[in-house]
Design a protein around this ligand. Structure first.
Ligand SMILES: *Cc1c(COP(=O)(O)O)cnc(C)c1O
Length: 490
């Protein structure tokens, strides 16, 4: 880091970032001097120093706005700025959650219509917009599964079946909800292994959580058979629909036999979400589960002046979030669906799938492709060939940063060794994909000829390779000034 990387290093006593106009009103009393904290180390900088400081900071991070971000399973697509502007309209952004409903009819109508659009997109009957993340949507779904079985006197159903390719949140959800998790194996080809599933089905199984497409980026070809087996034993079929980018406008999950699904609006429906930003994980269910939805849902009553209101479903599992969920994210999803329309949503999945298949075909000569079949929105390659030369998936990921690309998801799913999971999304041009292919081919060559270059990558990023274990275990999120008294007020 250069000497002037911290704002304090730019500080010069007496520098000011603004000029106040000449006072034309009577001066008011200053607060009591004892309230002033002499020990505060505050930088004194001019306006341009401040602008340069924050602009430089903003360029240290990788973002979708600065480059290609093929982080598998995260759907880091470009989110139109227009939708941000819509969410910021004062009629949406300045509402108070405790306002009387007759003063917020527009917002309620938006929520009501979004409930309907989402149900239509996945082919189910009712929606809760309350959960604020995919994982929270999963938990909401699992709580509904439990409530449903208990209501029918089937409280002994305490096992959740989860395939071995599942996202880590599935296991966490199952455990948090008090279920026992039972893993179902996948076949070599990447589908759920029916021979492993059959003996695990019993009157103790509450549901099977299936991810569509699965985390290998594949559509499980046994889905209809899985649905039949699961329902025959009295259990429910849950879909982890976090990655619907290859499904919207093409396939209705309800028609495949799913009883309930959570979807990640921040992934598929246009909300920037790197770094843990706001999300929404609505849950859609079939008619017979409607009464168990969290409270509140938005209903419409014909003929009333304030026709839209909040209601509590008859056997509701209760509240899962404060107020009504992440309203700003809901507005963006609504804007996204309305601007694209049914045809546009279908084009999203068409392009997401074609982009992923293009990359898959172009990379398979240089990298091992464990599941060599048509993929959906993403695919998983393995660095096993490079590993023979001592180069790991991590080395490749770090080297990609030198070429200006965000790395793919690494070491996941766990069923593929040295996994690199690549999701290009629909918003990238062929030119960008070609640049990425060229970089990946170059890296494969470097792995052969100069592995050392990869072990020590990245070379031209603001920070070199970090100790990721220490970063996770000894989180240090707070910056504290070190004895710098150049700008201390005296
Ligand atoms: C992203 C993702 C989740 C978790 O979603 P969050 O919003 O991060 O909680 C769950 N399952 C799958 C398959 C995912 O890709």
């Amino acid at each position: 880091m250069s000497k002037r990387d911290l704002l304090l290093d730019r500080s010069k006593a007496g520098a000011r970032g603004c000029t106040l106009p000449v006072l034309d009103v009577p001066p008011s009393e200053l607060p009591d001097a004892s309230l002033l904290r002499e020990e505060l180390v505050l930088p004194e900088v001019s306006e341009i120093e401040l602008v340069r400081y924050f602009t430089a900071l903003s360029r240290l991070n990788f973002s979708v706005d600065t480059g290609f971000y093929p982080l598998g399973s995260c759907t880091m697509k470009y989110n139109p700025k227009w939708h941000e502007a819509i969410a910021q309209l004062p009629g949406f952004s300045q509402l108070h959650p405790l306002q009387p409903v007759d003063t917020v009819q527009g917002a309620l109508r938006l929520m009501f219509e979004l409930q309907g659009y989402l149900a239509e997109i996945v082919g189910l009957d009712a929606t809760s917009l309350a959960p604020m993340a995919g994982a929270q949507g999963e938990l909401t779904g699992a709580m509904m599964v439990r409530a449903y079985h208990r209501h029918r006197g089937q409280g002994q159903r305490n096992i959740m079946l989860v395939p071995d390719t599942a996202h880590g949140t599935n296991a966490a959800t199952v455990t948090m909800c008090g279920f026992e998790q039972m893993t179902v194996r996948s076949t070599q080809e990447g589908d759920v292994d029916l021979d492993d599933l059959r003996p695990k089905l019993s009157d103790r199984v509450a549901a099977l959580m299936l991810t569509i497409p699965n985390t290998l980026g594949l559509f499980d070809r046994n889905t209809l058979e899985i649905s039949r087996l699961v329902h025959d034993c009295g259990a429910l079929l849950y879909c982890d629909g976090a990655n619907l980018n290859a499904v919207i406008g093409r396939t209705k999950l309800g028609e495949l036999g799913f009883d309930l699904v959570q979807m990640n609006l921040h992934k598929t429906f246009s909300t920037p979400h790197g770094g843990g930003g706001p999300g929404a994980g609505p849950v859609c269910v079939k008619e017979f589960l409607k009464d168990f939805l969290p409270t509140p849902v938005v209903i419409y009553r014909e003929g009333r002046q304030a026709a839209y209101e909040f209601a509590r479903p008859a056997k509701s599992i209760g509240k899962v979030s404060a107020f009504y969920g992440n309203f700003g994210v809901l507005v963006k999803a609504y804007a996204y669906i309305r601007t694209l329309g049914a045809g546009g949503l279908r084009e999203v999945s068409d392009n997401a799938v074609i982009n992923a298949n293009y990359l898959q075909k172009k990379l398979k000569d240089d990298y091992h492709l464990p599941h060599d079949r048509t993929c959906l929105h993403e695919f998983v390659i393995s660095a096993s060939r490079q590993k023979d030369k001592g180069v790991t998936a991590l080395d490749i990921a770090k080297r990609l940063l030198d070429y200006g690309f965000h790395p793919p998801t690494m070491y996941f799913p766990l069923v593929v060794s040295q996994a690199l999971m690549i999701e290009p999304t629909e918003t990238e041009s062929k030119e960008t994909l070609d640049e990425f292919i060229a970089a990946m081919k170059m890296i494969a060559k470097e792995a052969e000829e100069n592995p050392e270059l990869l072990h020590s990558a990245p070379h031209n990023t603001p920070m070199r390779r970090l100790d990721e274990v220490a970063a996770a275990r000894k989180l240090n999120l707070r910056w504290t000034p070190k004895g710098n008294d150049r700008c201390r007020r005296t």
